[in-house]
Ligand binder design. Structure first.
Ligand SMILES: C[S@@+](CC[C@H](N)C(=O)[O-])C[C@H]1O[C@@H](n2cnc3c(N)ncnc32)[C@H](O)[C@@H]1O
Length: 482
C-alpha cells in the first residue's frame, strides 16, 4: 500500500469546509484516509481535528477512529483484495474511490458492520465527497468483496504469493522488508515461530499505559484511588493500564505526576536509573530527549536521589515539548536545563556525565501499532543514514561518560541493524562492559518473559508487543571501564 497518490486527484471540497459539512463517522474516516494518502498527513494528528469539526463524540467518534486506524493498518491487505476485484493495479484507481474501497473492505472484513451498511454508507460518503462518477465502481467492487467470506479472501490472497515472507507480508499488511527484519530479530532469540503473532499484534491498537512518576505519585495509591479504571501493568514497577476512557479524566494525569507512557519505555529508562542506586550529586543526561517522556521519568528519579538531570534535543520544537514535560515536576527554585545541540557534540564534554540515556532516533519499527500509516512510509534505504547517526551518538555518549559511568542505548525498533549491530560497532573502538540488562529488567519486572540475548559478556533486552504488550523497545546497558 502506498500512502502517496500524487497526480490526477482534485479535491472538490477541500479541507475543513468539507469536514465541517459532514457528520458521519465514515465521511470523517474517508476524509482522513484521503489526506494521509494524498498529503502525507498523520492520522493521529489530523483525526482529532476532523472529529471536532464534524461534531462527532462518544460511539460515533470511536467508530470513526476504528475505521480510520483499522483501514490504515490493514490497507496493504485490502489492496491485495482490491487488485483482485477491480482487475487493475492500485495506482490505476481514482484516489477517492481507492480510499472508499479500502474503508469499505475494512468494514466488510475487519468489523461487524452489517454488509448493507458497509457498502451503502461508504458509497454515500464517497458520493457526498463529490465522487459521483465513481459511485458505481465503488458499489460494484464492494459488493464483489462482500460476496466472499473473510476466510475465503485470506485463501485467495495467500494463493497469489509463492514466497513465505511475501505471503505473510500480504496477509498481515506489512512491507516484506519489515517482515524479514522482524524475523531476523526474533531469530536472535530462537523464536522465529512468534513472527506471525508479532505481525498480528501490530494490527491491534495498544492499550493505554500510565507511569506513576517516582517521588511524585505512588502506584498503589493511584490504583486505590481509581479501582474501576486502573489495573497494575507488569512490564514496569510504576506502570498501570487504563481500561478505556480519557486519561485526562484522572486528576493525577492532569497534575503531571502520572504520565501516559508505554510500559516498555518506562522499563528501559528505569533500567538506567536503577541498575545501581543514583548517588547524590550524580550527573544524568538524556541525550535525545524529545518529546520528553523518558526525561520526565529520569528527572523524577534524579530529584529523589538529589542528583543533577539535564536533557538535550536537537529539534527546537521537540525541545520545547521536553520543557513542557518537565515543567509540572520542576520544584520551586529548581531548573532542569534543556539544551538543543546535535547530540554528537557531547563528545566535546569528555567524562562530564555519570549516566547517559541514548534513546536514539530510529525507524520506529517497534511502535507501528501506534502510527498506523508509518509502515508504508519507512524504507529499508532509511537505515544506512540512521545507523550511522546511532553509532556516532552512542560513541559520543561514551566519550562524555565518566569512567565507571553508565550508558543506556535504547531504540524503539527491533531491527538488528539499529540495535545489536550498532552496539557491536561502537564497542570495537570504545572500552565498555556490556551489563546484564536482562537481569536488571527481570528485577524490575519479574513477570516478563525475557529471552536470552547474549552480547559480549552481558545481555541485551528486546521487548515485544505480542509477548509483553509493550512497544518493541531495545536496551543495552554499558559501563565505561575505569
Ligand atoms: C526516539 S526519540 C526520543 C524519545 C524520547 N526519549 C522520549 O521518551 O520521549 C529520538 C529523538 O532524537 C532526536 N534527535 C535526532 N537526531 C538527533 C541528534 N543528532 N542529536 C540529538 N537528538 C537528536 C529526535 O528529534 C527525536 O526527538
Amino acid at each position: 500500500m502506498s500512502t502517496r497518490n500524487p497526480g490526477r486527484f482534485r479535491d472538490p471540497l477541500p479541507g475543513r469546509d468539507f469536514a465541517a459539512r459532514q457528520r458521519g463517522p465514515r465521511a470523517v474516516a474517508l476524509d482522513v484516509l484521503i489526506a494521509v494518502d494524498r498529503d502525507d498527513a498523520y492520522a493521529n494528528l489530523l483525526l482529532p481535528h476532523r472529529l471536532r469539526d464534524a461534531g462527532l463524540r462518544g460511539l460515533d467518534a470511536a467508530l470513526a477512529t476504528e475505521l480510520t486506524y483499522g483501514t490504515l493498518r490493514l490497507g496493504g491487505y485490502y489492496d491485495e483484495i482490491i487488485r483482485i476485484v477491480a482487475g487493475r493495479e492500485i495506482d490505476q484507481i481514482d484516489p477517492v474511490a481507492l480510499a472508499a474501497l479500502r474503508l469499505g473492505a475494512h468494514q466488510l472484513l475487519g468489523t461487524r458492520v452489517p454488509k448493507h451498511a458497509a457498502v451503502n454508507e461508504t458509497v454515500n460518503a464517497a458520493r457526498d465527497r463529490g465522487s459521483r462518477g465513481v459511485a458505481g465502481f465503488i458499489n460494484a467492487n464492494l459488493r464483489a468483496i462482500s460476496a466472499r467470506t473473510a476466510e475465503e479472501w485470506r485463501t485467495a490472497v495467500a494463493e497469489r504469493h509463492e514466497r513465505a515472507d511475501d505471503r505473510l507480508a500480504a496477509l498481515t499488511s506489512h512491507p516484506a522488508w519489515i517482515v524479514r527484519a522482524f524475523r531476523d530479530a526474533l531469530a536472535d532469540e530462537g523464536r522465529e515461530d512468534e513472527l506471525e503473532a508479532l505481525l498480528d499484534a501490530d494490527n491491534v491498537s495498544p492499550l493505554v499505559h500510565l507511569a506513576a512518576l517516582p517521588g511524585l505519585a505512588d502506584r498503589e495509591d493511584v490504583l486505590d484511588a481509581h479501582p474501576t479504571r486502573l489495573v497494575p501493568e507488569p512490564a514496569s514497577p510504576i506502570a498501570m493500564r487504563l481500561d478505556g476512557g480519557d486519561p485526562q479524566e484522572l486528576r493525577e494525569v492532569r497534575a503531571g505526576t502520572v504520565r501516559v507512557q508505554d510500559a516498555g519505555s518506562q522499563l528501559v529508562a528505569l533500567a538506567l536509573s536503577r541498575v545501581a542506586p543514583i548517588r547524590e550529586g550524580e550527573r544524568l543526561l538524556d541525550l535525545c530527549a524529545g518529546p520528553g517522556g523518558k526525561s520526565a521519568l529520569l528527572a523524577a528519579e534524579s530529584l529523589v536521589a538529589r542528583a543533577h538531570f539535564e536533557a538535550n534535543e536537537v529539534t527546537p520544537s521537540r525541545a520545547k515539548l521536553v520543557r513542557d514535560a518537565l515543567r509540572p515536576i520542576t520544584p520551586e527554585g529548581h531548573e532542569f536545563e534543556v539544551t538543543e545541540f546535535d547530540g554528537r557534540t557531547v563528545v566535546d564534554s569528555p567524562e562530564k556525565f555519570d549516566r547517559i540515556l541514548v534513546d536514539a532516533p530510529c525507524t520506529g519499527l517497534g511502535a507501528l501499532r501506534r502510527r498506523p500509516e508509518a509502515r508504508w512510509r519507512k524504507q529499508a534505504s532509511d537505515l544506512a543514514n540512521l545507523t550511522h547517526l546511532q553509532e556516532e551518538l552512542l560513541a559520543a555518549a561514551l566519550e562524555a561518560t565518566a569512567p565507571g559511568g553508565l550508558v543506556a542505548y535504547v531504540t524503539c525498533s527491533p531491527h538488528p541493524a539499529e540495535t545489536t549491530a550498532v552496539v557491536k560497532h561502537v564497542l570495537r573502538s570504545h572500552d565498555a562492559e556490556v551489563l546484564d540488562a536482562r537481569a536488571i529488567c527481570h528485577e524490575l519486572a519479574p513477570e516478563l518473559d525475557l529471552a536470552e540475548r547474549p552480547l559480549a559478556e552481558g545481555t541485551t533486552v528486546q521487548l515485544w508487543p505480542h509477548r509483553h504488550g509493550t512497544d518493541a523497545m531495545f536496551l543495552t546497558l554499558l559501563r565505561k571501564r575505569d
